[in-house]
Design a protein around this ligand. Structure first.
Ligand SMILES: *Cc1c(COP(=O)(O)O)cnc(C)c1O
Length: 322
């Protein structure tokens, strides 16, 4: 296997815990959780693992400025801003939405880490403004490194290929891994790691905001590209990717009854916090699939917690939680 540049700041391996009260309540399969909400770096989350590889790549390229983009309450941007502060980069974030007069949650933290915020009112303009921000930095003689949306490049996906290896080495017998998938890096990494390191169970992504066909095409392409970093090209097809689009109809970041119930059930039965955008939706999907009998009762389902809890304190969500 090739040597891939990596920093080591994540708190690994993350714990795997039983959720016995939730298991009993739902009267379904045994449920475990992998605590990637506890990866360290500014409250943790799945972006920490990706950033270990992305920041190493930025350093290798001699960058002095990290540029990334996302939603106003992006967890990815919060963690990127924290990594920039920790490793001495400047950071500019291009965020979609109207900047509130009183920033809360992730947006507040971005600014505490010293990131410069550029807001874009309309999401369709974001790619263009992000590129312009990058080009302007070049013109100003900076050495910018573009951290892709969600950290989901082949480099970022390495974080989850090795996360799968870590999980296999923890020796839990698991039939399903369930998690929220959006920009695809987590999903692609897990699918690649499943193949390379030999995970026997199934890897099911609950789509947060994309139709299944699109997501499968994107994840399989990303996993194929990422495989080259490990030394040998593997061609993944959309059929190699399991995804469920049933729970994303409301659109990205739209908080509904499913998310509310999932957050409440996890909190009140297990003392475990989910987030309103990703893990709340993914858990709502998992709960619904359990109720529909999708998993067999003698199976074990691992909910891979990807973090995001700071968004619970965003004004946009906190008033709807109870
Ligand atoms: C970014 C994010 C995801 C989605 O991960 P991708 O690799 O972008 O698909 C899931 N959960 C949380 C909390 C996130 O911040």
């Amino acid at each position: 296997m090739k040597n891939i540049p990596r920093l080591n700041f994540a708190h690994l391996p993350t714990h795997v815990e039983e959720l016995p009260r939730l298991t009993t309540l739902l009267n379904g399969p045994r449920i475990l959780v992998k605590r990637d909400d506890q990866t360290g770096l500014a409250f943790g989350g799945n972006k920490t693992r990706k950033l270990e590889f992305l920041i190493a790549e930025a350093q290798e390229q001699g960058a002095d400025l990290l540029i990334s983009g996302g939603a106003l309450q992006s967890n990815h941007c919060r963690q990127t801003a924290a990594a920039a502060a920790r490793y001495g980069f400047d950071c500019t974030l291009v965020l979609t939405g109207d900047a509130p007069s009183q920033p809360s949650a992730n947006l507040l933290l971005d600014q505490m880490f010293g990131a410069e915020i550029v807001t874009v009112a309309d999401r369709k303009d974001r790619d263009r403004i992000l590129q312009k921000t990058f080009d302007n930095a070049l013109k100003a003689d900076r050495k910018p490194y573009l951290v892709p949306y969600g950290g989901s490049s082949p480099t970022g996906a390495m974080g989850y290929a090795f996360a799968m290896q870590e999980f296999i080495n923890q020796h839990f017998k698991v039939d399903w891994i369930v998690f929220g998938t959006s920009s695809g890096g987590t999903h692609a990494g897990l699918v690649l790691g499943q193949r390379v390191f030999g995970f026997k169970g199934k890897v099911l992504g609950i789509s947060i905001d994309e139709p299944e066909a699109q997501l499968k095409a994107h994840v399989s392409a990303l996993a194929s590209q990422a495989s080259e970093k490990l030394g040998e090209r593997i061609n993944f097809t959309p059929d190699d990717v399991l995804a469920n689009e049933e729970y994303c109809q409301a659109g990205y970041g739209v908080f509904g009854e499913g998310e509310r119930e999932a957050i409440k059930l996890f909190a009140s039965n297990e003392g475990l916090l989910l987030d309103p955008v990703y893990t709340g939706r993914a858990a709502a999907g998992m709960i619904d699939l359990i109720r529909k009998g999708f998993f067999k009762k003698n199976e074990t389902v691992l909910f891979w917690h990807t973090g995001g809890q700071p968004a619970l304190f965003a004004d946009k969500y906190s008033q709807d939680l109870l």
